[in-house]
Design a protein around this ligand. Structure first.
Ligand SMILES: [Zn+2]
Ligand SMILES: [Zn+2]
Length: 311
């Protein structure tokens, strides 16, 4: 197949747009979508210091690369990279070097914060005694807290993540299927909460497979392995279902997000956002007196004491 724009060999067929694109035009198209989305949402403004959450996968690599390239001539906008090392043997130790390589290439400072140093256990250690289903809960709660705290500590005023169109459409559908509409409203926070660094998602308008292709075509260093604990079954089922729908009804992922965007304001009216308090133990922003990370830490401590007594 030939590129619809220049006649060169096509590398992708975008069913939803009906276009065949060559490598150069696919790169252009992905960058155009990201830049348009950043402009519409006024995502980056003069004086910003943006911390980019870097797992080492294709999404975070694409996010950092496009942000740095887009604002290369803007010395008033600063970028830093943060990697949370959860301590997952055979996974994170392979992806961290990829982040380093990309940061060196782009001239961005890179900070690594580990579960082991900060919480006292690697994720592997936490999960030795836990049901495996708990992995994403533990990992997500601690990772979110550490990303936010680190971004705040280095003086960043925004935190960019590599969520793409598929990620967001999956989350929307999952919350609908779980009947968790309040959580759906929380996907677009309306107020800036004290102590919480606002999030931006530059890749939100680009399908996952095009981000993968983009990272590959741009020869970005990234790690392709999957987290060994990635088995959240409902999420996986929804992902498969959406991909099947997308291939039979091109544009479904965009429609899900368009539908969500047009109802989110009503949802925010119904589920008002309450101001956060400070956790009485660690001082991080929290809905309850004790924040979720501190609750989980307490649980880990109790379990360890039990084990120490038994051994
Ligand atoms: Zn072309
Ligand atoms: Zn706390």
């Amino acid at each position: 197949m030939k590129c619809d724009k220049c006649g060169k060999e096509a590398v992708i067929f975008q069913k939803y747009s009906g276009m065949h694109l060559c490598a150069a035009h696919e790169i252009d198209d992905v960058e155009r979508k990201i830049k348009k989305h950043m402009r519409q949402e006024r995502m980056v403004i003069p004086g910003d210091h943006i911390a980019v959450a870097m797992s080492g996968g294709k999404d975070s690599a694409a996010t950092l690369s496009i942000l740095v390239e887009t604002f290369r001539k803007r010395p008033d906008i600063k970028f830093s990279a943060i990697t949370i090392d959860e301590g997952i043997e055979g996974y994170r130790n392979n992806s961290v070097p990829k982040v380093k390589e990309l940061c060196d290439k782009l001239g961005v400072s890179h900070i690594i914060v580990s579960f082991k140093d900060d919480i006292g256990y690697t994720l592997d250690e936490m999960l030795k005694r836990e049901r495996k289903e708990a992995s994403c809960t533990y990992c997500g709660v601690f990772r979110r807290m550490l990303l936010n705290r680190t971004a705040r500590e280095i003086g960043a005023n925004k935190l960019a993540t590599g969520h793409n169109l598929d990620d967001d459409a999956q989350v929307v559908l999952m919350n609908v299927m779980n009947g968790d509409i309040e959580r759906l409203a929380r996907l677009r926070p309306s107020r800036i909460q004290e102590g919480l660094v606002p999030r931006i998602k530059p890749l939100m308008d680009v399908p996952e497979r095009e981000i993968a292709l983009y990272a590959f075509l741009k020869k970005l260093p990234f790690y392709m392995g999957e987290c060994p604990y990635a088995h959240e079954s409902l999420r996986g089922e929804i992902k498969d279902m959406m991909n099947e729908f997308e291939s039979r009804h091109p544009g479904t992922k965009y429609s899900v997000m368009r539908g969500f965007d047009s109802m989110v304001e009503c949802l925010k009216e119904k589920y008002k956002q309450v101001p956060l308090e400070r956790c009485e133990v660690c001082g991080e922003p929290s809905i309850e007196k004790l924040c979720q990370p501190c609750k989980l830490k307490k649980r880990l401590r109790i379990e360890k004491e039990k084990r120490d007594i038994l051994s």
